[in-house]
Design a binder for this molecule. Structure first.
Ligand code: ADP
Ligand code: MG
Ligand code: MG
Length: 888
């Protein structure tokens, strides 16, 4: 016979043998699979059995449990009895069990575990006699009735807790178990009476009725609101169902030689290879996590119960070796004997993840590939930014969105000019605004961090701060910012200009005062891990860098070139901005030339420094891209002031500002359209690039500029702009009597460019996918306005992820794929890369690897993340990831 009906419904484990294995998570759930595997490898686990998760849906659909299940459960119960020499419902030597939920993926909202099931007025006396500890027996009974009442009968918890608290106070004891015996008996009676009145049913005294009631309750809990929502959010199939574990009780509440606790095989925050955890003596189950008593650090168990401690250490080592990863374990000590009740993969911080992976390689437990495969790339974030010293004392003010990671301290300032003024003097400032706009840019440049009351993860503040690798907290809605009064209030506290605050952009929390920070460094284990990743990966990783400082930072983090150097960012500050403005307001080409002549040496110097920082690695320079109005003020008062400064009539300047105003600047006069209208801008930039390149080459340095035309829609635009660049290049080479190799290519950021990529590639030597704009233009969504509706779209499930954070592979990605294929058809050696913010996002990196791109480019702080993600993409393509892929 074959088919589903011959599959066992119940899997026994006990006495060193188990019917299930660790590989059977789908059937047994994570908890059941772990218990079975531990039993098989000789770890002390109390005997028990697991009911297959397939029963869950069967029960939910039919509200019945098959006869076959009843028979198998009773048979398994007899096997537990045989293994423990105790009997379920027996008045002399009763077997008690726990009933525990557990699906293949752990999830909130599932039924809480019921302990001590099998107790009634008869068996409790047996337990009391047998243990010679009536206090313990009645404490266990009290727990059981309380748990069963609140969990199976779904009664509110508070009345039970209140009643206990009142008794403890009356008797002046801290623990329930220390109540006088008569009082414990009275509590049980009252609890049962409460169940009768509130649930309208008698408390079940028959142990088998108790058991089936609890099993059904576990299945029912699969469909609690919380569980359903969680599954939806995490794409967990509803059809999976939960298993039920029934496990013989072991007692941690039998006295001061007993206890219960949780432990990690290594420290989950530092990764240090030592037992880490907490326990309580004379306690049961949830006491450790419930917060009702303060647990003790595991190290103190060594002196209290040395034998149990040593055994725990031995078990910990075995489990870690066996599962080849850090384990998070639950245990109980019954009169000095250790029992394990759960083991699972231990969650860990980014710091711990790196240290543990490297040390496990050193210990010969895992390979270098596995170490690389198992660390979620984004976890490296924690290692790449300053963080708050975990020992510091913190005074929490409020929390907002963790918009850009890292911690910083500074005095608060409320406008960009003030920030610039103080920042230039070397003062640490944090720019606090209701929200930011492009006019705040110069303040953000000098600020240590940015904090805004409004805006989301893709607000101006968030995007710019991430680009600069600066901490940012956005949408801290509890903050009332009064920019005029130069202060903010939060929860009745007032913080004024000059006051210190500390922000943690990784968690979104804002603290009052100054705090010790720990600086990031790519060294030690982190460095080793990166080197292993580099040996594996195929994709090159470049950095998006607009300044020599960013270029150096990118190199420090291992970037192999610059994928995007946005030249306009060189014009946003000080003298440069003045020259730029002069160019914009020039009345004719000659005036423009004069202004451009001032910009030329500035750009040339920047390029020289950037080329030098990149030590011969390729540098992709994008020609001027943003709409010109971004360089001019908006407010009339500012226009007047600027006009005075520039010595031109205010009305004339206002007219220029008005002329440049666009209804939709994203789709207006920008990108190569600027260079088409003002070819002298393109020519000046090209001259700066090639003069700088020649200077490096003359000094025997190696240099590889890649000039990139932005926002190309048609090959004709590209051709025109390239002609200007070539002409300048040839002229400079002739003047300097030296030649440097260079490439000419385009950004692909408009759908038209993507669908005519074959034509473009006939003339362009490289494509760089500007996926920020390509996402905007493909979706027809302006990123600056998206905050009005994207959150709703996410909430209503219209889209699964913010397409500005995670590349929309089905839409935007399809254009990218098409352009890749069309482009390579025209030019097989076409160089392909991505330079949008997506270039640092692990899933997108996998996609780029799959398309056979040459490189990804991202902000400096994401370079190590990209190196790791690129290596994982290679491993995934080789098929070696599945077994070892990090499970979170
Ligand atoms: P959760 O998934 O919430 O951790 P568990 O069933 O693992 O639920 O455990 C709840 C608590 O009860 C844990 O502390 C666990 O160790 C304890 N526990 C579970 N079963 C038993 C048992 N048979 N004997 C003693 N303690 C148990
Ligand atoms: Mg548990
Ligand atoms: Mg663009």
């Amino acid at each position: 016979m074959s088919g589903p009906y011959t599959q066992p419904l119940v899997y026994f484990f006990g006495q060193g043998r188990a019917e299930g294995t660790a590989a059977m998570k789908d059937v047994l759930g994570g908890k059941g699979a772990g218990l079975a595997e531990m039993t098989t490898i000789g770890i002390p686990v109390p005997p028990g059995f697991t009911i297959a998760s397939t029963m869950c849906l069967h029960y939910l659909e039919t509200q019945q449990l098959p006869k076959r299940l009843q028979a198998q459960v009773e048979a398994a119960l007899h096997r537990i009895e045989a293994a423990t020499s105790k009997h379920f419902g027996d008045g002399a030597n009763p077997l008690l069990v726990s009933v525990r939920s557990g699906a293949a993926v752990s999830m909130p909202g599932m039924m809480e575990t019921i302990l001590n099931l099998g107790l009634n007025d008869v068996t409790v006396e047996g337990l009391a006699r047998q243990s010679r500890n009536p206090q313990f027996a009645w404490d266990s009974y009290r727990r059981f009735v309380q748990m069963y009442g609140t969990v199976v009968f779904d009664l509110p918890k508070k009345p039970f807790d209140d009643l206990l608290e009142e008794r403890r106070e009356r008797h002046g004891v801290e623990r329930d178990i220390d109540l006088p015996l008569d009082e414990l008996r009275a509590v049980v009676r009252e609890f049962k009476a409460r169940v009768r009145t509130d649930a309208g049913r008698d408390f079940p005294d028959e142990p088998l009725d108790q058991l089936w009631g609890a099993i059904a309750a576990v299945f029912e809990s699969w469909n609690t609101r919380r569980a359903i929502d969680y599954r939806k959010l995490h794409d967990i199939p509803d059809a999976m169902g939960t298993a039920v574990n029934v496990v013989a009780m072991v007692y941690g509440n039998l006295g001061e030689d007993s206890g219960t606790g949780v432990a990690f095989t290594r420290d989950p925050s530092t990764g240090e290879a030592c037992l880490y955890g907490e326990y309580l003596l004379n306690a049961q189950g949830e006491d450790v996590v419930s917060g009702s008593r303060t647990p003790l650090p595991i190290s103190t168990l060594k002196s209290r119960l040395p034998a149990a401690y040593n055994e725990l250490q031995r078990v910990s080592r075995i489990l870690e070796r066996h599962f080849r990863d850090v384990q998070d374990m639950e245990f109980t000590i019954e009169r000095g004997t250790l029992y394990m009740l759960q083991t699972r993969r231990g969650q860990r911080s980014g710091h711990a993840a790196v240290r543990i992976a490297c040390e496990m390689v050193d210990e010969g437990v895992i390979s270098q590939e596995e170490a690389v495969a198992r660390i979620p790339p984004n976890d490296l974030n924690q290692l790449l930014h300053p963080m708050i010293d975990p020992h510091s004392h913190l005074d929490l003010l409020t929390a907002g969105l963790p918009a850009s990671p890292g911690a910083a301290c500074g005095t608060v300032v409320f406008d960009a000019d003030r920030a610039e003024q103080l920042g230039r003097n070397g003062q640490a400032v944090i720019l606090v605004r209701r929200e930011t706009s492009p006019e705040d840019f110069h303040g953000m440049v000098v600020a240590k961090a940015v904090l805004t009351a409004r805006g989301g993860m893709t607000s101006h503040a968030a995007v710019v701060a991430r680009g600069m690798g600066k901490p940012c907290i956005a949408g801290a809605t509890a903050l009332h910012v009064d920019e005029e009064a130069r202060s903010f209030t939060v929860d009745g506290r007032r913080i004024a200009e000059g006051d210190w605050i500390t922000v943690d952009g990784s968690s979104g929390r804002v603290f009052a005062g100054q705090t010790a920070l720990i600086a990031p460094a790519l060294s030690g284990n982190f460095l080793r891990l990166m080197q292993w990743a580099d040996r594996i990966r195929q994709l090159r990783v470049r950095v998006n860098a607009d300044t020599p400082a960013d270029a150096h930072r990118g190199r420090d983090f291992g970037a192999e070139g610059i994928g995007l150097c946005r030249t306009e960012h060189m014009f946003f500050e000080g003298d440069r901005l003045s020259a730029m403005r002069e160019m914009i307001v020039a009345r004719d080409a000659a005036g423009r030339q004069r202004a451009l002549a001032k910009l030329l040496p500035i750009q040339r110097t920047d390029f020289e420094a950037i080329f030098r920082a990149m030590e011969g690695h390729p540098v992709t320079i994008r020609l001027l891209d943003p709409p010109l109005h971004e360089f001019l003020p908006k407010e009339r008062a500012e226009v007047d002031a600027l006009a005075k400064e520039m010595g031109i009539p205010a009305d004339e300047l206002q007219r220029i500002v008005d002329q440049l105003q666009e209804v939709n600047p994203m789709l207006g006069l920008r990108g190569c359209r600027l260079g088409i209208l003002y070819p002298e801008i393109t020519a000046m930039q090209a001259r700066a690039i090639f003069e700088a390149a020649c200077t490096i080459a003359e000094r025997k340095g190696s240099v590889l500029p890649e000039v990139m035309i932005p926002l190309t829609a048609t090959v004709v635009e590209f051709r025109r702009q390239v002609a200007v660049v070539r002409e300048v290049a040839e002229a400079v080479f002739a003047e300097r009597a030296i030649k440097v190799p260079y490439l000419l290519g385009t950004m692909i950021e408009l759908p038209r460019a993507a669908v005519t990529a074959d034509e473009l590639a006939r003339e362009a030597q490289f494509f760089s996918f500007g996926t920020n704009d390509l996402t905007q233009t493909t979706w027809g969504i302006s990123r600056d306005d998206a905050a009005k509706f994207l959150p709703q779209y996410l909430e209503q499930g219209i889209i699964e992820a913010d397409p500005f954070e995670v590349l929309d592979q089905a839409g935007v990605g399809r254009l990218v794929r098409m352009a890749t294929e069309l482009g390579r058809r025209s030019r097989p050696d076409l160089k392909l890369g991505i330079c949008g913010e997506h270039g640092g996002e692990p899933a997108t990196i996998g996609f780029c690897d799959h398309l056979g791109m040459n490189y990804v480019s991202c902000s400096p702080f994401r370079v190590p993340i990209a190196r790791l993600a690129a290596a994982q993409a290679t491993l995934a393509a080789r098929g070696t990831m599945d077994r070892t892929r990090a499970t979170v």
